[in-house]
Design a protein around this ligand. Sequence first.
Ligand code: KIV
Length: 274
Amino acid sequence: MYATDAPPPRAPLTVPGLRRMKQEGRPIVALTCYDAAFAAVLEEAGIDLVLVGDSLGMVVQGHASTLPVSVDHVVYHCANVARGLRSALLVADMPFGSDATPLMALEAALRLLKEGQAAMVKLEGAGVKLETIRFLVEREIPVCAHLGLTPQSVLRLGGYRVQGREAAAAERLRQDARAVEAAGASALVLECVPSALAAEISAAAGIPTIGIGAGAGCDGQVLVLHDLLGIGGRHRPRFVKDFLAEGGSVRGALGAYAEAVRSRRFPGPEHAYA
Ligand code: KIV
């Protein structure tokens, strides 16, 4: 264990525990992480859910998108993060292509759980992915879905834009959210979605929603660690807040983020899309 051998300061968060947080109206504080040292600080700050995102392709590896990330990469970073955590729920991204078929997804997800020590995998999209979500869940692999802006769709989309603004796109998003829940997903990340739509989807869903650029009406919030520390790159999306400027230190920044999400001070209207 990286951090300490002392007993965990809080009960470990489980997949059913996430749903209880939604039912009890307790905001879920989520953050990405890629190594053990930061994981230990996230743990100290009381982050509930730690995501080893394929954003590592951009913020750790320096690529222009998440597409080059491999299963080996996520397994490696996930295993490192696991050594720094004690109580937070560890979620690993299924990298681009690893979930192209249910069998490929099963193979990748088993590695993320066994070698990476993740408790849940996250995969982007609905449609053809619904069969994969069902396939994994039926094999005891908890799945977090990801809708709205799905960065692995960057080639088709031609960039990173807010999704669900037009009536037809909004309706498709509502249907996809219902479909991933029906397929067995335990949580749903909503990325770059107008706040009113994300709030409506969150209120209708039985599973917790975790927003990034989706406004304050989600059941939880997630940010990319590097963005929160103000080192996420030259382009700073509207939904990002530099908590290092407010917190004064890495520990202070993570504590300020956790407190701001729990007290629903973050995200504010200035971080949301209409
Ligand atoms: O890859 C990632 O870090 C993510 C979050 C932005 C939700 O998917």
